[in-house]
Design a protein around this ligand. Sequence first.
Ligand code: PMP
Length: 359
Amino acid sequence: MSRPDWVPLRDELRDAEPYGAPQIDVPVRLNTNENPYGPSAETADDIARAVGEAAVDLNRYPDREARELREGLAAYLGHGLTADQVWAANGSNEVMQQVLQAFGGPGRTAVSFAPTYSMYPEYARNTHTRWVTGRRRDDFELDLDAATALVAQEQPEVVILTSPNNPTGTALPLEQVRAVLDVAPGVVVVDEAYAEFRRAGTPTALELLPDHPRLLVTRTMSKAFAFAGGRLGYVAADAAIVDALRIVRLPYHLSSVSQAAALAALRHADELLARVDDLRATRDETATWLTGQGYEVAASDANFVLFGRFADRHAVWQALVDRGVLIRETGPDGWLRVSIGTPAEMSTFRTALKEVDPR
Ligand code: PMP
């Protein structure tokens, strides 16, 4: 959309489009890495009851420190973490923006390694942080020598590593995170939005927290936790880092309704997470099937699979939409990403893909 000249938008935002995957109303939506399994009626009722109780006090501001919720999130994460070492906001998007508000900013630099989550440059732009992108290897693993050399050269205040990475699904070995921490002068964020889907044997960077005070590990309830609509992301870090994030947060950023709903969802963690094993199995089946069809498939520790290559990926994406299957046109040119849905949804996806791209 062309913007009228009289709108006094910052120059660098003039040609920008709002971020977001197309929200198209089709029967099979496999484009934003949501959990396809919603809460049971019982869990939904319990969340509604908690929200109802919060509603009685909506004339009052919420707990600015979201103390009870942070305690619940710390208990969920384990690893000996306490509420002082956990911070929460409206989605890990907001957490990451707060991280860049606190540790980035004018005259400061943030680094990440592409292909990766396409929101990062937007957080940097919005916080006037200089943005530098390194490249991953062709197999989407981190090129550790190049990565540490870039960090040593740029001396960034913020490094963002993503594990498992979006859109490739690639997880990072902890030695690599350690090696980046060793050379990074500022904070290192490991975005673990998809951590619960990682394969057996893939570690979490939470293990590194006790020895690395400048490490931040971000998580979200949007994916494995089946709570994307609730908007709740969080970060585990040293208590001094959490305290620093409190400087930039808006007062009462997490509404009473959000806090109550997230706490209720946490009480039902077992049920909400119960399908993670199924989703992992379906992911592996999907990857195997795609490989069998002759596609290149990126090894995935997440709830999605990146596959290719297509001479014209947009045409394939559109033809799938025309058949009621919405996947994501993202990542390097020639690749498409499919989120893992229910077995029935994946079957519809496979049938549609065979039709639109017979191999
Ligand atoms: N990090 C990564 C790597 C993601 O893929 C996403 C969602 N697509 C997010 C963060 C943000 O998730 P949310 O704001 O819903 O917590």
